[in-house]
Design a protein around this ligand. Structure first.
Ligand code: SF4
Ligand code: SF4
Length: 205
């Protein structure tokens, strides 16, 4: 019989006393290193729904769905596909919300029982509709974010200053006009680019 080497004997005795070297996962939850780059997570409160992260994601792991016609609140659903993501961190790097709208976490567990329903995470952001045609313009938080960045320059754009007033609760929420003159009287409204052009170029009789 081949005798164990001294080092192996020492390791065997140490394992008997202190327990094995190997991780005890899954009995004990694995704790990742502090620098581990795990699954990115949206932050509902910080994200403004601008879609910059979707633009840069190299594998198409971020998507969005705009819902404006189901009778509920017009909203943008931001989707992150955890089974496609490669944890590169580009989304966090470009996030306009101080890199807080989406952030890499230390979550590493990616096994699912039901891949179809469990491999994605979503948040919802309220959409601003054009007050003439009802098309979506952007998320309300995004318009407010632009208005905050521009400061007093906001007052050159009715869409932006009205968005700001709405966020302060001074004017009403999403309204699509019943009366559409698309002329001067419609200029002081929140409008998409196409309706803004029409109201600016149309001459009322
Ligand atoms: S970490 Fe990279 S792959 Fe994953 S969602 Fe962000 S940009 Fe896309
Ligand atoms: S605010 Fe950040 S997380 Fe939200 S859509 Fe824009 S880039 Fe993505």
């Amino acid at each position: 019989m081949k005798l164990p080497k001294l080092r192996e004997l020492k390791e065997a005795i140490r394992a008997l006393i202190k327990g094995p070297y190997t991780s005890e996962f899954p009995r004990v939850a694995h704790k990742p290193h502090k620098n581990f780059r795990g699954q990115p997570k949206f932050n509902q409160d910080k994200c403004v729904g601008c879609l910059a992260c979707e633009e840069v994601c190299p594998v198409g792991a971020i998507d969005h769905i705009d819902i404006t016609d189901d009778g509920g609140i017009p909203r943008r659903i931001m989707v992150h596909y955890t089974d496609t993501c490669i944890f590169c961190g580009q989304c966090e790097a470009v996030c306009i919300a101080e890199h807080e709208g989406i952030k890499l976490s230390d979550e590493w567990e990616l096994s699912f029982f039901d891949r179809k329903n469990e491999s994605s995470e979503t948040i919802e952001k309220e959409l601003q509709l054009c007050e003439i045609c009802g098309r979506s313009i952007a998320c309300k938080d995004h318009l407010k974010w632009i208005a905050d960045k521009l400061g007093e320059l906001t007052y050159s754009s009715p869409t932006l200053y009205l968005s700001r007033l709405k966020s302060l609760g001074i004017v009403d929420e999403n309204i699509v006009s019943v009366l559409k003159s698309e002329g001067r009287s419609d200029r002081v409204k929140i409008l998409c680019a196409s309706c803004r052009r029409k109201t600016t170029l149309t001459t009322e009789e």
